[in-house]
Design a protein. Structure first.
Length: 390
């Protein structure tokens, strides 16, 4: 859908002649470093050119009116600006409402109502971080609308806080960071412990990033995501009797192997092993990319999927089928991306082989699973921003 169509719909939905201000925040794909962000490790995501658009205008009343073109059946949701609380009935709107709530709680003044309409072209429930893109696009829109003067990194932190506290999803900071801070044609290596980061050019001559969507819907808040966090916390507490550490990501593989027996719960030990080894894989993968060794990068992607399947147990037959088929059909590397339990894989594929790759993987997936997967050839895009010169 063209953004001009979104603006026209905004005027029609809210019965106004004003065009409103337009903003965009991307989804993300994590190339490697999965379930490490809340364990104080490294992640390596890039922003997508897919994401969430928001059109917004300030009003003179005290009501916030929210509408999504992706959930037209829900209609306009109305809330008093000074009386916001989580309500399951609000469905998707709890994500932008959480941003308003957090902003006012920390002292930013949102003193009038506003109308805001969203349109997202991220496949819903695919694990490409549609929730973070909604949060970031809301935050940057309100930042501009009410002249709050919040810098991007602070908006990233507030967006994560909103998802944690208002929506009850104990996500790490990667999704919001990628949506807010990434740059075109780059991925970003982020140390989630210190929030130090560097943009790394994606030099993929003759190679493309292919996302495959299992089309198995997964609700992050209802999944076993929070359970994995608790397992990692228990493992960390056991290791803190041996090491002066804050996160599992503070450990090397050797330190973990020499001390893993202190984690008596075998399930917790497996979870911790993944967190430690995956953190090191992310660092090694970025070094390989910097050296132009894409084959090593791909091998580390494959190892990441094995670990997510065997130690972290967040894949499932759909993701495993897509990854195995990708490996069998010439992918340089392929792995699940996101929280798991459905969602997507990300593969590096020679551009000249993309058509055959997609055809074969799609056929094999449908034969085994019984329904189709969707495929997207993506590029690394810019982070959250206002859209001008439409």
């Amino acid at each position: 859908m063209d953004i001009k169509d979104v603006i026209c719909d905004f005027k029609e939905v809210f019965c106004t002649s004003e065009e409103g201000l337009v903003f965009f925040a991307p989804g993300r794909v994590n190339l490697i470093g999965e379930h490490t962000d809340y364990n104080g490790g490294h992640v390596f995501p890039c922003a997508l050119t897919l994401g969430t658009y928001a059109v917004v205008r300030q009003t003179t009343c005290s009501k916030i009116r929210l509408y999504s073109m992706n959930f037209k059946n829900i209609g306009i949701i109305e809330v008093e600006v000074d009386n916001i609380s989580y309500d399951k009935v609000f469905d998707w709107a709890n994500y932008p409402l959480g941003i308003v709530k957090i902003l006012t709680e920390v002292g930013y003044r949102i003193n009038t109502g506003f109308d805001i309409m969203f349109y997202g072209n991220i496949p819903n429930g695919a694990g490409l971080s549609s929730s973070a893109s909604i949060e970031l696009v809301t935050c940057i829109a309100l930042n501009a609308l009410f002249q709050l003067n919040i810098d991007m990194l602070e908006m990233v932190k507030l967006s994560q806080r909103s998802e944690n506290q208002f929506n009850g999803v104990n996500c790490g900071i990667m999704d919001q960071f990628a949506s807010g801070m990434c740059k075109k044609d780059c991925a970003v290596l982020l140390n989630t412990n210190t929030l130090s980061y560097k943009h790394v050019p994606m030099k993929l001559d003759g190679i493309s990033i292919v996302i495959a969507n299992t089309n198995k819907r997964r609700g992050l808040a209802d999944s076993k995501y929070n359970e994995r966090r608790r397992e990692c916390t228990r493992a960390l507490e056991a290791l803190q009797t041996v090491f002066d550490i804050r996160y599992l990501g503070d450990l090397t593989e050797e330190q973990f192997e020499n001390s893993s027996h202190f984690i008596e719960n075998t399930i917790d030990r497996k979870r911790a092993k993944h967190a430690v080894y995956e953190n090191q894989r992310a660092i090694k993968a970025v070094n390989a990319l910097a050296q132009g060794n894409i084959q090593v990068f791909g091998q580390l992607m494959n190892e990441s999927h094995h670990s997510l399947r065997d130690d972290y147990e967040v894949t499932g037959i759909e993701l495993d089928t897509l990854a195995a088929s990708a490996w069998a059909n010439g992918a340089i590397g392929s792995r699940m991306t996101g929280a798991g339990f459905g969602g997507c894989t990300v593969s590096l594929v020679y551009t000249s082989e993309i058509n055959n790759f997609i055809e074969n993987v799609a056929r094999e997936y449908e034969e085994k699973i019984g329904y189709k997967a969707d495929f997207y050839i993506v590029a690394a895009g810019d982070g959250a921003r206002q859209i001008v010169n439409i």
